[in-house]
Design a protein around this ligand. Structure first.
Ligand code: IPE
Ligand code: IPE
Ligand code: MG
Length: 249
C-alpha cells in the first residue's frame, strides 16, 4: 500500500464476537411479492438471492454454521405451482453449490427427509454431500433445511432408537440426550446460538425443536427478501447484549 493510500474501511466490523451457529427461518417471501402485485414465486426468487448474500456475509464474518429453513414438512400444502417453483430454485442453487463450494470453502448440506424430493434433486444433494465431505469438518457449513420438520426429525430418531433396542444393540437405560441428538439431521453440529425469524411472525413453525432448547431468538418485521447485511448486524448486536444463563445464575 502506498504511503498516503487511504486505508479501505473494512466491510465487516472486526472487533465483534459472532455466534458460532446462526439459523434463519426465511419467511415473508409471499408477502413481499404481494405488496408488489407479483406472484409469490417472484418473492421466493428474491428470497433465494438474499440467502446467497447473507450466507456469504456470515462466512465472511466468521460464522462457522449457517442454517436456513427453506421448506417445511408442512409446505407441501401449498399450490403445486408454488412448490414446483421452490423445487426449481433448490435445483438451481444446488447446481451452483456443486460448482462453486470447493473454491469458496463452504460445505453445503441439506437437512430433512429427502425421500419425497424429485430424483434429480436427490442426486444433486448426493453430489453436494460428497464435495462437503471432501472439504472436511473445519470448513464453514451452510445448511439448507428442505422437507424439514422438527417433529418429523424427532419421530425418525425415536424410530431408529426403537429399532436398535429391538435388535438388542441398545438398552433403554443407556438412552441419553446425546443418543437422541446423534440421530438428528444436525448430529455433527453444535446447537444454534441465534435463531432469526423475519417477517413479523413470532413462532417456530416446527424448526429445530430439539436443538433450540437454549437458542436466543431474534424477531424482526423485515421481510426476508428485504433482509440486508445490516439486519444481520442488528441481530448479532442484539445477541451480544443477551445474558445466556443456561439455567445457571
Ligand atoms: C417463506 O416465505 C418461504 C417458504 C416457506 C418456502 P413464505 O412463502 O412463507 O412467505 P409469506 O409468509 O407467505 O409471506
Ligand atoms: C416456515 O414458514 C417455513 C419456512 C420458512 C420454510 P411458514 O410460512 O411455512 O410458516 P407458517 O405457516 O407461517 O407458520
Ligand atoms: Mg410464511
Amino acid at each position: 500500500m502506498g504511503l498516503f493510500a487511504r486505508k479501505k474501511r473494512p466491510a465487516v466490523p472486526v472487533d465483534r464476537a459472532v455466534p458460532r451457529h446462526i439459523a434463519v427461518i426465511m419467511d415473508g417471501n409471499g408477502r413481499w411479492a404481494r405488496k408488489r402485485g407479483l406472484p409469490r414465486q417472484a418473492g421466493h426468487k428474491v428470497g433465494a438471492e438474499t440467502f446467497r448474500t447473507i450466507a456469504t456475509y456470515c462466512k465472511d464474518i466468521g460464522v462457522q454454521y449457517f442454517t436456513v429453513y427453506a421448506f417445511s414438512t408442512e409446505n407441501w400444502k401449498r399450490p403445486k405451482e408454488e412448490v414446483d417453483a421452490l423445487m426449481g430454485l433448490f435445483r438451481t442453487y444446488l447446481k451452483e453449490a456443486a460448482e462453486t463450494m470447493f473454491q469458496r470453502g463452504v460445505a453445503v448440506r441439506v437437512l430433512g427427509d429427502l425421500t419425497p424430493l424429485p430424483a434429480d434433486i436427490r442426486a444433486l444433494i448426493r453430489e453436494v454431500d460428497e464435495i462437503a465431505d471432501r472439504l472436511g469438518p473445519d470448513a464453514a457449513t451452510a445448511s439448507l433445511c428442505i422437507n424439514y420438520g422438527g417433529r418429523d426429525e424427532i419421530k425418525n430418531a425415536v424410530r431408529a432408537i426403537a429399532l436398535e433396542v429391538q435388535r438388542g444393540a441398545l438398552a433403554p437405560e443407556d438412552i441419553t440426550e446425546d443418543t437422541i441428538g446423534a440421530r438428528l439431521y444436525t448430529a455433527h453440529m453444535p446447537d444454534p446460538d441465534l435463531i432469526i425469524r423475519p417477517s413479523g411472525e413470532i413462532r417456530t413453525s416446527n424448526f429445530l425443536l430439539w436443538q433450540s432448547a437454549y437458542a436466543e431468538y431474534y424477531f424482526t418485521d423485515v421481510l426476508w427478501p428485504d433482509f440486508k447485511t445490516r439486519d444481520m448486524d442488528a441481530a448479532i448486536d442484539a445477541y451480544n447484549k443477551r445474558n445466556r444463563r443456561f439455567g445457571g445464575v
